[in-house]
Design a protein around this ligand. Structure first.
Ligand code: PEP
Length: 253
């Protein structure tokens, strides 16, 4: 049985936002009441240009800041890339790796994602490892097989619940307004928990947060967050505005 796991609602701003957008952090903090703070964590992952400023703005307001990607190496000739250590240096406490948009736009393999997760761990960041099937995978009945392959290939076996969060994000649900049924989410999350027992060991697997992502919004958050083995959400579009994000966080009120 999974232990009581402190949920996390993480916002992925993707390639959106300017310094002015950071005002949303203060608004989020205002609605993140003491009662809610006792129950869950909020994290915002802005574009790389904003990580340092966001971390500075987030000091003392109860919101953690993460990156959206990192390189697998710690330094070197990788023009345009960012290392996990640089994100840490800028105040991030986590980094998303293997988001489906990175896997698709940049051809990232499971091995690449696994190396990035390892770089995150090495640099004291939580790796938020994303997995999820495409519409074609789902229609071919391959959802569980695809997610299992991604988990096995993308999560180094020595990771622990302190440095690993898994996000199940069906690719066809991202930014489309579509979501799987609660029963489908339950099946995949139960399978993820089961596979984590094999990958990181039984004890740690019970404590790893497994987030659901894909068109989470205030109107569907409660139903999705109540699904067994769903320990929070990874939110794209609805994390850009404090009111929307707080509407999702309210699922835990
Ligand atoms: C995402 O890209 O991680 C995501 C979940 O996006 P959205 O919430 O917009 O579907």
């Amino acid at each position: 049985m999974a232990q009581m796991i402190r949920p996390m609602v993480a916002g992925n701003w993707k390639m959106n936002g300017s310094r002015a957008s950071l005002d949303e952090l203060a608004l989020m903090s205002t609605g993140f009441t003491p009662a809610l703070r006792q129950k869950l964590d909020i994290m915002i992952c802005p574009p790389a240009t904003l990580v340092l400023a966001a971390s500075q703005r987030a000091v003392g307001i109860g919101i953690a800041i993460g990156g959206q990607d990192c390189h697998a190496n710690d330094a070197g000739a990788h023009t345009g890339d960012l290392s996990a250590g640089m994100l840490f240096d800028a105040g991030a406490t986590a980094v998303i790796v293997g988001h489906s948009e990175r896997r698709a736009d940049h051809g990232e393999s499971d091995a690449t994602v696994g190396a990035k997760a390892e770089a995150a761990r090495r640099n004291a960041l939580i790796a938020i490892v994303c997995v999820g099937e495409t519409r074609a995978d789902r229609e071919a009945g391959k959802t569980l097989a695809v997610v299992r392959r991604q988990l096995k290939g993308s999560i180094p076996d020595h990771m622990t619940s302190r440095d690993l969060v898994v996000a199940y994000e069906p690719v066809w649900a991202i930014g489309t307004g579509l979501t799987p049924t609660a029963a489908d989410v339950a099946d995949v999350h139960a399978m993820i928990r089961q596979d984590l027992r094999r990958i990181v060991g039984k004890e740690e697997a019970e404590k790893v947060r497994i987030l659901y992502g894909g068109s989470v919004k205030p109107s569907n958050a409660k139903e999705l967050m109540l699904v067994p083995n769903v320990n929070g959400a990874l939110v794209g579009g609805a994390s850009l505005k404090a009111l929307d994000l707080l509407g999702i966080v309210a699922a835990y009120a």
